[in-house]
Design a protein around this ligand. Structure first.
Ligand SMILES: *Cc1c(COP(=O)(O)O)cnc(C)c1O
Length: 391
């Protein structure tokens, strides 16, 4: 086999990752034997393996698999349209639009809404898809410290009158820290400064809020104005909903505009209609089986309590994403390896997914887990080392 020598630099670059403890292995699944308890998947409601999703997809797939084209050409099937209608209804929005993935939604929406002469304000810990969306726009970019509404306010005030349009973008529930954005405050700032507020609900859809709409619905229980202050909601079908694909909900005009202008939507083939059929089935389960979201929230609270009792640092988490912050990447990798030997899959999260010095074990709690699973995980970890005696 011949390979191009122009790629020889990769050998050194990969060795560099290895030395820094940052090289990722390519394995199948978690790499653990069947029977290991999975604390890595974002299948928060236990729907990814639900036979009702597989049956809905199989039935739809018999009348054809691939969508064949972009939704702006001929790829938007009746099932895609039906799922969009149901997502809008679920979110209490005028409309919804499907993207090939949640990543594509975040990366596509921002550059569709702001351009030269505009400004975008982004939380420092936003998901990579939102960061890339910001990088793809010609708008001025401002990053405010994580969850610092006061710092954002100061930026908005300092910029008053300088820009045509302004957009604030944040994760609703942060994917590594498991904490929520200060949404009520962000909603007020957006309203006061006439800025478009964009909230990415990827980890909150299906899990938070009385009907499972996400972090905005949850925060709106105390701040009812918030629902209308959020102009754009991004969600994913790939996590709690157990399927695949991303979506955006909002006004009819927003959806119309994205259909015309979001490049990751226009220039990408629609997902197979069968994938939409699976998501329709899972939305129906989210609606009719609220006990799933109650269970994952209860499990998460129990686990945070057990970890705290054992002396572990779970940071700012108040959700089903429970980080165990350990610092050095090598330490996170060693702990994950020890847990794997004991039959638990918990991924070690290292830079660039988290800032240097903040490597962690990311425990993802699901409605699938039983009380014993949680207890056994904490037992396998053992007590946290005394911070006075490092190592
Ligand atoms: C996971 C995630 C995405 C990406 O969604 P996919 O459907 O997996 O592409 C987008 N935004 C946030 C905040 C996420 O955590």
């Amino acid at each position: 086999m011949s390979t191009s020598s122009s790629l020889n630099w990769l050998d050194g670059a990969l060795e560099g990752l290895q030395r820094a403890g940052l090289r990722r292995e390519r394995r199948v699944g978690s790499g653990l034997p069947a029977g290991a308890i999975d604390f890595g998947s974002n299948d928060y409601l236990g729907l990814a393996g639900d036979p009702r999703l597989a049956e809905a997809a199989a039935a739809a797939g018999r009348s054809g698999w691939g969508a064949g084209a972009s939704p702006v050409v001929s790829g938007r099937s009746a099932l895609h349209a039906e799922l969009e209608r149901r997502l809008a209804e679920f979110e209490g929005a005028e409309g919804a639009i499907l993207f090939p993935s949640g990543f594509a939604a975040g990366a596509g929406v921002i550059p569709a809404l702001v351009d030269e002469g505009d400004a975008v304000y982004a939380d420092a810990k936003n998901h990579a898809s939102l960061i890339d969306g910001c990088r793809l726009t010609r708008a001025e970019r401002r990053v405010y410290p994580h969850n610092a509404a006061a710092a954002l306010r100061a930026m908005l005030e300092a910029d008053a009158g300088r820009f045509r349009r302004r957009l604030i973008v944040t994760d609703g529930l942060f994917s590594m820290d498991g904490d929520f954005a200060p949404l009520a405050g962000l909603g007020e700032l957006a309203a006061a400064h006439d800025a478009m507020l964009v909230v990415d609900e990827a980890h909150a859809t299906g899990v938070w809020g009385p009907s499972g709409r996400g972090s905005v619905e949850a925060a709106a229980q105390r701040a009812p104005a918030l629902e209308s202050q959020v102009a754009v909601r991004i969600g994913t079908l790939s996590k709690a909903l157990g399927s695949a694909g991303g979506f955006v909900t909002g006004s009819a005009a927003l959806i119309d505009w994205l259909h015309n202008r979001a490049r990751s939507y226009v220039f990408s083939t629609a997902a197979p209609p069968a994938v939409a059929a699976a998501a329709i089935a899972s939305l129906e389960i989210v609606r009719t089986e609220p006990e799933r979201r109650e269970r994952v929230r209860r499990n998460a609270e129990r686990l945070r309590g057990l970890l705290g009792d054992a002396g572990w640092n779970t940071g700012q988490s108040t959700s089903q994403i429970v980080p165990i912050v350990v610092g050095a990447p090598e330490r996170a990798v060693a702990l994950a390896a020890e847990l794997a030997r004991r039959g638990f899959y918990v991924p070690a999260i290292r830079p660039p997914s988290v800032p240097a010095g903040e490597s962690l074990l990311r425990v993802s709690v699901s409605a699938r887990h039983g009380a014993d699973d949680l207890r056994q995980l904490v037992e396998a970890l053992g007590p946290a080392p005394d911070p006075a005696q490092p190592g």
